[in-house]
Write a protein that binds this ligand. Structure first.
Ligand code: UD1
Ligand code: MG
Length: 458
């Protein structure tokens, strides 16, 4: 037996419904794998249910959804998946997890896979009300436009009497704005017997989970509403709603970062990813995009229009404007990366400067080195990638091509416009451009010659 009430004081079993078609997304991809801040909606939910203290997590999938099952395995190794053979409604979906429900004693929380922003607090509050004696707890919200949602029908004492789906509701019931979010908590020991009584005599011919309310009440049980903020339980049925939920997530995360001490000059223009880490006293200028895997330390400034992914930036750096840091970029303290500089798999030591129009890929740059405008590490020969190593204190003149594999020694100089194909020793100057030639008085002679030719021709 997986437990009885009280086995685990705050634990609950989460059943996440993900088997629906998601037709309105018009996508080849299952709806729950569409991403908010670079993480699948299902990933947000799995993270939240664990944060709330779920002991058992089971995701209901359709037979075709191998990609959903492998996502679950990759995101939460302890979570399990079950298959709902045909999509016959939300109650039928929960019953696909019968093997889990047969042994459960703790509260069962059913979650809709397309409602990704639910907070651990809401989940805990729902589980708590079950533990306090309710048979069914429905997480409700007040909808500005309740069209499409199940309406919560309460009696005079505020106790929940039934949920009526939009398609089955009378005009009077449709006027109700208190709606079902899709999250329903049920007493674990009663879940199976309540759900087994649900039929499909309704407008859509489906087995509605929402009927659990009327059935629990008919048996003398309590059913209550826990009202959550509407933004926490927004559902995603279309691309437009996906973008709305993304905007809510972004605004919340930016607010949290600012509360933690990060400055943003124009927060609404900063785009974050679910795992972006920015330390207090970093300053983010307008229009900066953080892709996955970015860490920015304290005291660093990310200037306008920069794009970062897979990059670690230490303290005191200045990046941008218009810089692009790609995966594997590691900047030590006080590095300067200027405009139109691209870095990839580049370790740049403290105090080094790469200020203008440069590509640094598969490279190491030593402490305090100075890389001139237009320097290119030629890391690719059409077959393989090769490394460039630049020593501490080195100076690479503008418009130089460093053809990897190659090493520039400590304190070495590379003359502007050089194409470096061989290693340069410590402290040496390497220059590969042609020597400058000067012809005194040449312009006067040249012009006279050209004028004579023109006069002859006319
Ligand atoms: C459901 C609720 C409605 C609530 C709304 C909130 C029911 C009957 N209705 O309606 O009261 O206001 O959510 O968004 O529960 N799913 C399966 N298998 C199925 C059917 C659905 O796994 O056979 C999954 C879907 O993938 C989805 C979730 O269950 O994640 C909800 O299903 P959906 O069809 O979106 O229900 P709604 O019509 O939105
Ligand atoms: Mg839905």
């Amino acid at each position: 037996m997986s437990g009885t009430k009280g086995d685990h004081p705050d634990g609950f079993t989460a059943i996440i419904l993900a088997a629906g078609q998601g037709t309105r997304m018009r996508s080849q991809r299952p709806k729950v794998l569409h991403e908010i801040a670079g993480l699948a909606m299902l990933g947000h939910l799995l993270t939240s249910v664990r944060a709330a203290g779920a002991t058992t997590v089971c995701v209901v999938t359709s037979p075709q959804q191998d990609d959903v099952r492998s996502f679950v395995a990759g995101h939460d190794a302890r979570a399990t998946t079950v298959v709902q053979e045909a999509q016959r409604g939300t109650a039928d979906a929960v019953l696909a997890a019968r093997s889990v429900l047969e042994t459960v004693g703790e509260p069962v929380l059913v979650l809709a896979g397309d409602v990704p922003l639910v907070t651990p607090e809401t989940l805990q509050a729902t589980a708590r009300r079950i533990r306090e004696g309710a048979d069914v707890v429905v997480v409700g919200f007040t909808a500005a436009d309740p069209t499409g949602y199940g309406r919560l029908i309460c009696d005079a004492s505020g106790m929940l009497r039934a949920i009526v789906e939009h398609a089955d509701a009378s005009a009077q019931e449709r006027a109700i704005t208190l709606c079902n979010s899709g999250f329903i908590g049920i007493d674990g020991e009663k879940t199976l017997t309540l759900l087994d009584d649900i039929g499909n005599d309704n407008a859509q011919g489906e087995f509605y989970l929402t009927d659990v309310v009327a059935i629990a009440r008919a048996r003398g049980g309590d059913a209550v509403v826990y009202e959550a903020p509407a933004d926490d339980v927004r559902g995603v049925n279309s691309r437009a709603q996906l973008a709305e939920v993304e905007a809510i997530w972004q605004a919340r995360r930016r607010r949290t970062l600012m509360e933690e001490g990060v400055s943003m000059a124009a927060p609404a223009t900063v785009h974050l990813t679910h795992d972006t880490q920015i330390a207090p006293d970093a300053f983010i200028e307008p229009n900066v995009v953080f892709g996955p895997g970015v860490r920015v330390a304290s005291g660093t400034r990310i200037r306008a229009f920069s794009h970062l992914e897979g990059a670690h930036v230490a303290s005191g750096c200045v990046v941008g404007p218009y810089a692009r840091l790609r995966p594997g970029t590691v900047l030590a303290a006080d590095v300067k990366i200027g405009n139109f500089v691209e870095t990839k798999a580049a370790e740049i030591a403290a105090g080094a400067k790469v200020n203008h129009l440069t590509y640094i890929g598969d490279a190491e740059i030593g402490e305090g080195a100075n890389i001139g405008a237009g320097t290119i590490t030629c890391n690719y020969d059409g077959f393989a990638k090769h490394r460039t190593r630049i020593g501490p204190g080195a100076f690479v003149g503008s418009n130089s091509a460093l053809v990897a594999p190659v090493r520039i020694g400590a304190e070495a100089y590379v003359g502007s416009g050089s194409v470096i194909t061989k290693d340069v020793a410590d402290g040496a100057l390497a220059v590969t451009r042609a020597a400058q030639v000067e012809k005194p008085g040449w312009v006067t002679k040249f012009r006279a010659l050209m004028q004579r030719r023109k006069d002859r021709a006319s």
